[in-house]
Design a protein around this ligand. Structure first.
Ligand SMILES: Cc1ncc(COP(=O)(O)O)c(C=O)c1O
Length: 454
């Protein structure tokens, strides 16, 4: 039970604004020339985002001189913290060798990183680099559509695969507008999504195998692919049976299966969710950690699905794909330096240990203070949702208490812990023991504050 939540929210907002006057001023100036003062919808939060003056290791520092232990880590793309020494060094060496950046003609770092991917990722027989995760998902879907006469894209409700039509269909759905849970309606989560894309998207309920199987069977002659992120519902991992079941069905009906491992790739373990589940999709979209903090994306797929990308295939269908910064030397170098460190023994167990400590602490606090919360996530991803209801997918998560989470995030921010509001926390190897101790201390005082009368 959270006492006086409205008054507490107003009080914490006041504190936030008092602490971050320079951030507000910069944001107001930015808003005059950049829509919303941000470079992306997901970069905004209420009342306004803090402006980062500099970042180092596990920390970010805002324009007002406040220090925060950072659990956003560049939206999950930094797993070694800010300005990791080896990544930094590798970028400097690469600039010495190639100048600002080599792109548009092949450089040896592309082949090195592609080779690493083929060694690590189950589905990777061939690799094509892009410059973002959205582009990787878009390309994987285009490759699937290029195979023939099938025109429908199968996806799961509540998943955003990036800033493009199919990525946005039903990415978010207002309560009551999604139709029946067993067979959700496609919903345009952005005004521009075309009728064509809406009509050609089959939306399925995540983590519900029986209903999904029915939909796949019914649409098997039209489905060009199924795309899934095997971690959903506020970052609840999909059931193993669900993932395996979808793989079996798609294989049976010759429907390419795409895994969106943009967030999970190299984070939940080196080989991503597919390694955890021992399931091989036909194509995998990668991004984030793969670029070590620089822009990157990649499609890593089985040869038969990737071959249409071979330029000038004689007498065969080909798929056009290009991009000025694809495979640029700096992103490749940062990615290689990151993977090199992730492959060292002990890295993932260390991340797991820290995450477990935070998870256990929150679970204990939840019991002590009776706040009806639960911790979701896997490996070095954590998410706190204020509901005790069973969470399997998007519909369940949308019933959680968003105001309670807003209050929690604000209280943490006001005490120097940055959890991007409403989003999961990403743990990095840069987190020190004192950072962890401070995080636990602030979490405890926040639970206490939330549960006590004002
Ligand atoms: C699961 C998933 N897919 C796709 C994307 C889009 O990737 P990008 O922002 O690199 O375009 C994201 C970004 O957060 C993501 O988390």
């Amino acid at each position: 039970m959270i006492h006086d939540i409205t008054r507490k929210l107003s009080r914490q907002l006041r504190i936030f604004k008092k602490r971050s006057a320079s951030s507000r001023e910069a944001w107001v100036r930015g808003r005059r020339i950049m829509p919303g003062g941000v470079s992306g919808e997901d970069f905004f939060f209420q009342p306004y985002p803090i402006q980062v003056e500099h970042a180092s290791g596990a920390m970010i520092f805002d324009f007002d001189g406040n220090a925060y232990i950072d659990y956003n880590m560049a939206a999950g793309s930094l797993i070694l913290g800010h300005g990791n020494r080896r990544v930094h060094q590798s970028l400097e060496n690469t600039m010495e060798t190639y100048g600002t950046s080599v792109t548009g003609v092949p450089n040896p770092l592309e082949l090195q990183l592609a080779t690493e991917i083929t060694d690590i990722v189950r589905s990777a027989e061939r690799v094509r680099f892009t410059s973002s995760g959205s582009e990787a998902n878009m390309l994987a879907i285009r490759l699937a559509l290029s195979r023939g006469k099938r025109s429908k894209v199968g996806k799961f409700e509540g998943f955003c695969h990036g800033s493009f039509d199919y990525g946005l269909v039903s990415a978010s759905v207002p309560r009551g507008e999604g139709g029946p849970a067993r067979a959700p309606y496609p919903f345009a989560a952005s005004e521009d999504v075309s009728e064509h894309s809406l009509y050609n998207t089959l939306v399925m309920p995540f983590n519900r195998l029986e209903e999904t199987a029915l939909l796949i069977r019914k649409n098997r002659r039209e489905l060009a692919c199924v795309i899934m992120e095997p971690l959903g519902g506020g970052y609840r991992p999909a059931g193993r049976d669900f993932v395996r079941g979808v793989r079996e069905l798609t294989e049976k009906y010759d429907i390419p299966l795409i895994f969106d491992e943009i967030t999970t790739g190299f984070r939940v373990g080196l080989g991503g969710m597919q390694e955890k589940y021992r399931v091989t999709p036909d194509m995998t979209a990668l991004g984030k950690i793969l670029g070590g903090g620089l822009p990157v994306g990649a499609v890593a797929g089985l040869r038969e699905f990737m071959d249409p990308l071979v330029p000038g295939r004689r007498g065969e269908m080909s798929v056009y794909h290009s991009g000025t910064y694809n495979g640029n030397s700096l992103s490749m170098a940062a990615g290689l330096a990151t993977l090199y460190q992730l492959k060292k023994e002990g890295t993932y167990p260390y991340l797991e240990k820290i995450t477990q400590t935070i998870r256990k602490e929150i679970e204990g606090l939840e019991q002590t203070y009776g706040l009806r919360a639960q911790v979701l996530g896997i490996s070095s991803i954590l998410n706190l949702v204020f509901t005790r209801g069973k969470i399997t997918n998007y519909r369940d998560i949308s019933k959680a208490d968003a105001s309670a989470r807003q209050l929690f995030d604000l209280c943490l921010a006001n005490k120097g812990i940055f959890l991007f509001p409403g989003r999961p926390a990403f743990i990095s190897t840069a987190l020190t023991k004192p950072d962890l101790a401070r995080t636990l201390e602030v979490m405890e005082s926040t639970f206490d504050y939330m549960a006590s009368p004002l």
